[in-house]
Every structure is written in structure tokens, then in C-alpha cells.
Design a protein around this ligand. Structure first.
Ligand code: TUI
Length: 307
């Protein structure tokens, strides 16, 4: 079954979790435009998340979900909060959601973990996931190693639940491509950064729009949490420090501490961590969320029914 029927939306498009960015404004804009908007919890505490979910409920009567970033110190509390607030769809990232899946299912929540490998997809299917989001290394933020082109068909062969593709998708060609590989929907993030509604600093949006194909780098491989960001002074310094693997973790943490916030809120071109995927090279202008979703879907062969 296609993602549209699975969660009751117009376009088979989910918004990425986008830590520190995906608030009620973005989530409700995506849901009102016909996709599945998400409140991305990132490192927010439960009170902040409660407020964001309530505001989203006020701003849309369409389905929306919550993304729980499992490296968050609040993951356990958030796993109960989504049940308490009657959230319909939960996606997870950056960890194993296995211990939460059964209680979410018992509460009638549709559970879609983001996975970076075939083994992980199998594991969450066994634990009861309803679908998987398969995220290729082209994606922004915290990533796995395998490309979307290779990972999507291998996961489709390995599991019996629907596969949603993520990583490198920013237009209708990407949507069609992953449907050819067996996907039943897509998750997008980078292209949504370049929208009027996205609550990030204007400098961040301009950095995405101006980015060329070679403009992203991966930091954090040394620490075991690889993160794809747009190149800047901060990313270069970080890569220099980790070149020989002898920089203490505390020093690296000092450098990255608060750097995502610096990018999102201050637009700090040199010191910010501008998380984005390789599809930034495809994003040329700032548009409304409605226009972005409509363009991706209406120009696709999926929409024409020829794929
Ligand atoms: O989670 C994401 N993308 C993210 S989370 C995030 S916040 C953050 N910032 C800095 C460092 C770390 C996190 C920014 N972007 N995408 C989904 C995703 N999940 N990608 C990779 C994974 C993943 C990785 C390992 C999922 C499971 C996993 O399992 C490890 C285990 O527990 O065995």
C-alpha cells in the first residue's frame, strides 16, 4: 500500500525530523499542504514538545506525526508523551526504537523507524514496525553509510512492510526514481529548508539555495555520529581536528556545542552547523511548502499513474 493510503494524506511525502527546526509552524504547513508534517523533537524537553504538539493540533486538522530522536536524553519520556497526546504517527531516528514499539502499537500509533541498513530494517520489522523509512547517506544530519540507490531495493527485498525512501530526494525525478526501486513514499528535508515557512535564519536558507553538488561534508565520523553539513569554517576546522584521530572528544564537543542552534537561530555563517543533504545542489529558490510538495508530486510519473 502507498504512503497516501497508509496514513491518509494527499501526497506520499513525509517531512524529515529536522532537529531544532521542525516546530509546529513547519509541521502544520506540511500537513496542511497535503504531506505528513512532523514535530521533530531533536533535543527538546518534554514541555517544549508538548507545547509544539498542541500548537500543531490547533493549526491543522490533517494527519501529522512526531519524530523522536533516540539519542535525546528525553527519549523515554517522549515515548509516553506521544501516547498521552494522541499522536497518530511516530517516526524515530538515530537509534533503536525496539523497546517502545509495542506500547506505541497498543496505543494505535503508526510506527515508522528511520533505518540506515538492511539489518536494522529487519530488526524493526521483527519488533512490529508498520513501515520503514530507509535513509541513504545523501541525507543531511546524522547519517548511515549506504546510498539511497543501493539501500532502498535491498531493504525492499528484505522486508514485507512498506518502504519509504529518504536521502537525495528534492524533486519529482527523485520521487519517480525511488518508486522504481520499490519505495511506496518519500521523506524530504533539505528542500523544505528553502521554504518561506521553515523557521530558520535567512542565511541558512541562502546557504542551501547557493550550494553546489560538492558543497556538503561529513563531520563526526571519528566520534561515531557522522553528520552531513554544508561546508563552512566550522566544518573545515572540525575536519582538520579529526584528521589524525587524536583530538580529545571534549575539544570536539566544545566546537560543535550549540553549533546547530548557531546556524538555525543566529545564521552564524562561520560558526554554525548547517545540516543539509546532497540534494541542496538541486534546490535553487525559496518557495512555499505548498508549491514544493505540489511540484514534487504533480510532475511525477507516480501522479500520472504511469509508474
Ligand atoms: O536521525 C537522523 N538524522 C538526524 S538526528 C539529528 S540530531 C543529532 N545531531 C548531532 C549528532 C547526532 C544527532 C540530526 N539528523 N536520521 C535518521 C537516522 N537514523 N540516520 C541514521 C540513523 C540510525 C543510526 C544508527 C538509526 C539507527 C541506528 O542504530 C544504532 C543502534 O542503536 O544500533
Amino acid at each position: 500500500m502507498d504512503l497516501r493510503d497508509l496514513v491518509g494524506i494527499k501526497y506520499p511525502i513525509i517531512q524529515g525530523g529536522m532537529a531544532n527546526i521542525a516546530d509546529h509552524m513547519l509541521a502544520s504547513a506540511v500537513s496542511n499542504a497535503g504531506g505528513l508534517g512532523l514535530v521533530g523533537c531533536g533535543g527538546w524537553d518534554p514541555e517544549r514538545v508538548r507545547d509544539e504538539i498542541k500548537k500543531t493540533q490547533e493549526l491543522t486538522d490533517k494527519p501529522f506525526g512526531v519524530n523522536i530522536m533516540l539519542m535525546s536524553p528525553y527519549a523515554e519520556e517522549l515515548s509516553d508523551l506521544v501516547i498521552e497526546l494522541g499522536v497518530k504517527v511516530v517516526t524515530t531516528g538515530a537509534g533503536n526504537p525496539g523497546k517502545y514499539i509495542q506500547k506505541w502499537k497498543d496505543a494505535g500509533i503508526f510506527v515508522i523507524p528511520v533505518v540506515p541498513s538492511v539489518a536494522f530494517a529487519r530488526r524493526v520489522e521483527r519488533a512490529g514496525a508498520d513501515a520503514v523509512i530507509v535513509e541513504g547517506t545523501e541525507a543531511g544530519g546524522h547519517i548511515g553509510e549506504i546510498t539511497t540507490l543501493n539501500l532502498v531495493p535491498q531493504v525492499c527485498d528484505a522486508v514485507n512492510i512498506p518502504v519509504i525512501a529518504a536521502g537525495g530526494i528534492a524533486d519529482s525525478r527523485g520521487l519517480d526514481a525511488v518508486y522504481c526501486l520499490g519505495a511506496k513514499g518519500v521523506q524530504i528535508g533539505t528542500v523544505l529548508l528553502a521554504s518561506y515557512e521553515c523557521p530558520i535564519h535567512e542565511n541558512y536558507k541562502q546557504k542551501v539555495v547557493k550550494a553546489k553538488d560538492t558543497e556538503t561534508v561529513v563531520t563526526g565520523r571519528q566520534t561515531g555520529a557522522p553528520v552531513r553539513v554544508l561546508k563552512n569554517k566550522m566544518a573545515k576546522e572540525y575536519l582538520n581536528l579529526t584528521k589524525y584521530g587524536d583530538t580529545p572528544l571534549e575539544e570536539l564537543e566544545k566546537l560543535t556545542l550549540g553549533s546547530l542552534r548557531k546556524a538555525v537561530f543566529d545564521g552564524d555563517i562561520d560558526g554554525g552547523s548547517f545540516m543539509a543533504g546532497q540534494s541542496a545542489g538541486l534546490v535553487k529558490e525559496i518557495k512555499s511548502i505548498e508549491e514544493i510538495l505540489k511540484n514534487i508530486f504533480e510532475n511525477s510519473r507516480v501522479a500520472k499513474g504511469t509508474l
